[in-house]
Design a protein around this ligand. Structure first.
Ligand SMILES: *Cc1c(COP(=O)(O)O)cnc(C)c1O
Length: 407
């Protein structure tokens, strides 16, 4: 297949990536999605919008983030060279702000006064609260009461940033109930509010919008790597939760002779409930308003999932990933909790960079692959920094004595 026209052709007008994607919505949400879609398709061509977003990326987010050569880590493994795209250095410490700032600017251009979302571990909530403060928008974040108790630092951040954090007390009091509450709010208030999704998932147009805003990562990385080396990397890789940092990293390389690999969390193992490797163990289905590959239980409902990285424990994956795998353009592999923790300690110890546990999955794959390849180069999207994970990792694994050789 010729990928030079890929971005023009996908998604289709009705939000399809092949058979995946689409918008499975309650009747009363259709006009709201249509409004966002129409506004986005107009605004994304406006030079005023594009220039303003560029300025924000440069002056507020601190972009471009660098590409970094891991000399010591690579040497420990062999001759293959590992490079990182440093999204951990993006303002707020992860890639999520890339789409949240885009969504905030879109809200502003659409004349909306308020942005809302749900959050699980609080990472999306913090990124959106940051965008809201920057743009002077009201912000409401729905969060399960159980998650609020577990994620005190992120709740505090959102509140300091001026966001209204609403505890959701029904059902299991976690992410699923928070999603329902956010959508109920949106249904009532979509005249002056926009719903801001946290990954490249959900009904059309969200997977397209989030992808477009995240592609800055791959465009920058491709240019930076070429400037540094004079050629492109052999392998590009990123971790896959919902699939936003990975899709943004991958697509600018889609028409290049580069091996592209998404890495999912294998958690504690292959049993249902022990991992969140949707692409590897899932099957086609519709969930949260879109058609993709998902992990289902016997009743066809979303299966329980687990990963040491809370940003990766989602039972489905963005529809464009399902499509890119079907085309044979992107491959998907897995890394376990233990492999991710190993990568976490090795990058910290050998390079002075403490990675997020999510990003550590991509790095773990890169380290395994580097050993196999024995030469060449691998570019990893380091989606975020690991400060948020330190307490948990130390409690469970100490200071890495089992993982790093201290010679
Ligand atoms: C949320 C998160 C992820 C996973 O989300 P994607 O949409 O798959 O990118 C990965 N890394 C970090 C640091 C995150 O916060």
């Amino acid at each position: 297949m010729d990928y030079s026209t890929y971005l023009k052709n996908y998604p289709s007008k009705d939000g399809r990536f092949g058979k995946f994607g689409g918008a499975y919505l309650p009747e009363n949400l259709v006009p709201a999605m249509q409004e966002i879609n129409d506004a986005y398709l107009t605004i994304c061509h406006s030079s005023q919008f594009i220039n303003e977003l560029r300025r924000i990326r440069r002056e507020f987010q601190g972009r471009p983030t660098p590409v970094y050569h891991c000399e010591r880590l690579s040497q420990k493994i062999g001759k293959c060279q590992i490079y990182l795209k440093r999204e951990d250095l993006n303002h707020t410490g992860a890639h999520k702000l890339n789409h949240c700032m885009g969504e905030g600017l879109l809200a502003k251009f659409m004349g909306k006064k308020r942005i809302i979302a749900e959050t699980g571990a609080g990472q999306h909530g913090v990124a959106l609260a940051t965008a809201a403060a920057f743009f002077g928008l009201e912000c409401t974040i729905y969060m399960g009461e159980v998650d609020i108790a577990k994620q005190a630092p992120n709740v505090a951040r959102m509140k300091v940033l001026g966001t209204n954090v609403v505890p959701v007390t029904r059902g299991l009091k976690t992410l699923k109930e928070a999603v329902d509450a956010a959508f109920e709010d949106y249904l009532e208030n979509y005249k002056d509010t926009i719903y801001c999704i946290g990954s490249a998932v959900g009904p059309h147009p969200f997977p397209m919008i989030v992808r477009d805003f995240q592609m800055v990562v791959g465009y920058e990385a491709r240019e930076q790597f070429k400037d540094m080396m004079g050629f492109l990397p052999d392998v590009v890789t990123a971790c896959v939760g919902g699939g936003s940092n990975s899709i943004g990293m991958f697509l600018p390389f889609v028409n290049d002779p580069v091996d592209i690999v998404g890495v999912e969390p294998l958690g504690r193992g292959e049993k249902v409930g022990d991992h969140a490797a949707s692409m590897t163990y899932g099957s086609e289905g519709v969930m949260h308003g879109f058609d993709s590959i998902m992990l289902k239980n016997d009743n066809g409902e979303p299966a329980p999932v687990y990963s040491i990285a809370s940003g990766l424990d989602y039972p489905s994956v963005g529809p464009e990933h399902a499509f890119l795998r079907e085309l044979g353009r992107v491959k998907y592999d897995v890394a376990t909790d233990r492999e991710a923790v190993d990568a976490f300690f090795k990058l910290s110890r050998y390079e002075g960079i403490i990675p997020a546990l999510e990003s550590s999955h991509a790095l773990a794959y890169a380290m395994r692959r580097a050993k196999e390849m024995g030469q060449g180069s691998i570019l990893v999207n380091l989606s975020g920094r690991g400060d948020k994970d330190l307490d948990y990792v130390i409690e469970k694994y100490g200071f890495g004595e089992d993982f790093v050789d201290f010679d």
